[in-house]
Design a protein around this ligand. Structure first.
Ligand code: ADE
Length: 229
């Protein structure tokens, strides 16, 4: 898949691209590309933001600047573009990302992520240029770069070849295989540490019983933390 990230800080993604699962999917032919709004602004002196009409704190990314950056990348009117491409603005008040949305996005051939800075976007960007507003949680970050990395991390690790082991993403927390419930507990050696013993069923080699135990554990966790499922 191909993910385009519009940002004022493309260098913020250098570290992200070096993470092993990200490097793996990029080596497998998936692509991350960056567009810096500032490189395409039609305004003087690299201006990209402005003060809000009506007053108030903070600065907003201007709609003409966002349009110029989108046109430079896609050579198309962004109003028409959103009919054929998933265009996602990162905003604290958007739809909150969960595993079902990650699955949906991971199945797209291409995504565009728009990161904001300052107080966010002029509302007309959200009304006319995007298909989705996406939040990584109900708190406000200084910009959309970390949320964009969160989305890319979650979506890219669902691509074939991202993780070392082929099916390690299949049966993890909130996956369809676990009825969208939390993951079961995992243990590794030593089997007994300070008297804290690994549940016997996991040492039994009895695969059907292990599967049953894991599902029960996932369901018990879902009951204990209803907000986690
Ligand atoms: N931009 C600032 N805060 C954000 C959040 N919580 N989710 C998505 N984008 C954001």
């Amino acid at each position: 898949m191909e993910i385009d990230i519009f940002t004022l800080f493309p260098q913020a993604f250098d570290w992200f691209e070096r993470q092993r699962h990200v490097a793996n999917v990029l080596a497998a032919g998936h692509r991350l590309r960056y567009v810096n709004y500032r490189d395409h602004t039609p305004l003087a002196a690299g201006q990209v933001d402005d003060t809000p009409y009506g007053g108030g704190a903070g600065m907003l990314l201007r709609v003409d600047v966002v349009e110029a950056a989108l046109r430079a990348r896609y050579n198309a009117d962004p109003v028409a573009l959103r009919e054929r491409r998933r265009m996602i603005a990162l905003t604290p008040s958007g739809r909150v990302l969960d595993d079902a949305l990650v699955d949906e996005l991971a199945a797209e051939p291409a995504l565009t992520l728009l990161s904001g800075r300052y107080e966010g976007f002029d509302q007309r960007v959200l009304d006319h240029f995007v298909t989705d507003q996406l939040s990584i949680g109900r708190y406000v970050l200084a910009g959309g770069e970390l949320p964009a990395m969160v989305v890319c991390d979650a979506v890219l690790r669902k691509q074939a070849g991202a993780l070392g082991h082929g099916d390690s993403a299949l049966e993890e927390s909130f996956s369809a295989a676990l009825d969208r419930g939390p993951e079961y507990p995992h243990y590794t050696r030593p089997a007994d540490y300070r008297g804290w013993r690994v549940p016997g069923v996991l040492l039994s080699g009895h695969h059907a019983r292990i599967r049953e135990w894991r599902l029960e554990q996932s369901q018990a966790r879902a009951r204990a933390h209803p907000d986690a499922s």
